[in-house]
Write a protein of this length. Structure first.
Length: 354
């Protein structure tokens, strides 16, 4: 709608991505603040509570906390995006497919858990991965065949592409990126607000990168690949960040609501998508460092137990290890936020080193 004001009424203010990103942020933030209490009241009445894993320490008091709050911040994000973006931009279309598609996969998984009151119910691991792969492949093929997105692969510190993988490398690689990021965010979402703030930091970093990549002058100055049109996706990042900030109002310790897989998979889908269109897949190691650490802790734990019948951590993902060591939940959360903030600053600094 704001972009339409620019097109039809010549209101030049709304031609700027930065202005519309600001509007998107505040629209999504206020919508989430407004809608979440209404959803929580309904969820409590319907007893849509988060099933708690009995092996997780000190979480019994969270048993009656409503879940699937991710559906609300996804809805707020979609509304904010539709009100602020240029809807003819194919990169926006692909971003919305990623956001909504992965949210629907998470919603189906959450619904099964809630209806059966069992944290192990819902989609099977294979079924969940298959659906995620389908969404990821759909987005990547849309990028290549509709948006004519280049299949070149970049790495930090090099101003030229490492190689052009073509569709036969790019599609599997980008599907892997989607699977890795969505499941990494999902694993991190185990404490109150733990996944929310690092996600906001990551969205901010990727939003900056995508904006610079879409800007002819800035991308030339920084030796970034210039991809016409991708800058518009900055508005999607800002809108989701605003919605997450509104969600954090109720999700910070002690949480009044959880995002569920609906939220964590949706966030991961957008982060993976923005890394791809910003040619920053490798830089995700820094941008999503907390998500990576959580994932590696699970891989190491499972591998060690299968090979040696011994555990490396008291419990995985690693945030539960610190819970077992009697760290206060707030201490774990804030320290992980600090690590995420520092790693994102480092990631942004690397943009100048080419």
């Amino acid at each position: 709608m704001l972009y339409a004001f620019y097109e039809y009424f010549n209101i030049n203010l709304f031609q700027y991505i930065s202005v519309r990103a600001g509007f998107g942020f505040f629209i999504a933030f206020l919508l989430t603040l407004f809608l979440l209490p209404k959803y929580m009241a309904w969820a409590i009445a319907k007893k849509t509570h988060q099933p708690i894993n009995k092996y997780v320490p000190n979480h019994a008091n969270k048993a009656n906390t409503p879940t699937m709050g991710g559906a609300i911040f996804v809805l707020a994000t979609v509304i904010a995006v539709l009100l602020t973006v240029n809807l003819t931009n194919p990169y926006i279309d692909a971003g919305l497919i990623a956001l909504i598609g992965f949210a629907l996969v998470g919603f189906q998984d959450d619904l099964g858990k809630v209806l059966k009151a069992d944290n192990l119910a819902g989609l099977s691991a294979k079924g969940k991965l298959l659906l995620q792969a389908v969404i990821g492949a759909s987005v990547t093929m849309y990028l290549i065949f509709v948006a004519d997105f280049p299949t070149t692969i970049y790495v930090p510190f090099l101003k030229d592409p490492l190689f052009d993988g073509g569709i036969y490398f790019a599609i599997p690689f980008w599907v892997f990126v989607f699977l890795a990021v969505t499941n990494a965010v999902n694993l991190t979402d185990g404490l109150d607000g733990l996944a929310t703030v690092p996600s906001i930091f990551s969205l901010a970093s990727l939003g900056v990168i995508v904006y610079l990549s879409g800007h002819a002058l800035f991308s030339e100055y920084l030796y970034l690949p210039n991809i016409k049109g991708v800058g518009e996706v900055t508005i999607l990042a800002a809108s989701l960040a605003g919605a997450l900030l509104g969600f954090l109002w109720y999700n910070c310790y002690p949480a009044e609501i959880f995002m569920g897989d609906t939220g964590s998979l949706a966030i991961g889908g957008v982060l993976g998508y923005m890394a791809i269109i910003g040619k920053s897949e490798v830089l995700l190691v820094l941008i999503g460092l907390i998500f990576l650490i959580e994932t590696i802790s699970v891989i190491l734990q499972v591998s060690s137990y299968k090979l040696r019948k011994k555990r490396i951590f008291l419990m995985a993902p690693i945030h539960h290890h610190f819970e077992m060591k009697k760290w206060a939940e707030n201490k774990i959360i804030v320290r992980f936020w600090m690590i995420a903030f520092v790693s994102n600053i480092i990631a942004l600094v690397t943009l100048k080193i080419r």
